[in-house]
Design a protein around this ligand. Structure first.
Ligand code: IDP
Length: 139
């Protein structure tokens, strides 16, 4: 089933100039980049993106981190893209991430874990539309 998911290469990875390496790993995994932009989020934009976490204790720190520097947002397309990208990313905490995953190889810690990927079709739809309009997504 052809599916789209939303990806962010987070500030810790962009700061270390890793976006090319991470995008290459995404493409080698067979996912196609159908939209992409580099942005520097405001605090309000980061809070809106992570609104589902607003009651969590790490919300303030996470949203501060996400607007601490530029990020690379993209829309990825492929068969079963949501689950496949989650698998490529690895566990949220890099200490638990499997060998060969992006978080195992690049993440600094639980918060600065280098990549974000949607966890379900509904969140993918919300996240894609939060950052991209229809004209910015190629077929
Ligand atoms: P996910 O990114 O693997 O889907 P979520 O539980 O949705 O994980 O958490 C969103 C993001 O919040 C994580 O990627 C990580 O950057 C941050 N985060 C999650 N749990 C913690 C925590 O306990 N302390 C600090 N940051 C956290």
């Amino acid at each position: 089933m052809l599916q789209r998911t939303f990806s962010i290469i987070k500030p810790d990875a962009v700061n270390r100039n890793l976006e090319g390496e991470i995008l290459a790993r995404i493409q080698k995994a067979g996912l196609r980049v159908v939209a992409m932009k580099k942005i520097h989020m405001t605090r309000e934009q980061a809070e809106g993106f992570y609104h589902v976490h607003k009651e969590r204790p790490f919300f303030g720190s996470l949203t501060e981190f996400m607007c601490s520097g530029p990020v690379v947002c993209s829309v990825l397309e492929g068969d079963d893209a949501i689950a496949r990208y989650r698998e490529l990313m690895g566990a949220t905490n890099p200490a638990n991430a499997a060998e060969g995953t992006l978080r195992k190889d690049f993440a600094l810690n639980l918060e600065a874990n280098s990549v974000h990927g949607s966890d379900a079709p509904e969140t993918a739809a919300f996240e894609i539309s939060y950052f991209f309009n229809a004209l910015e997504i190629t077929g």
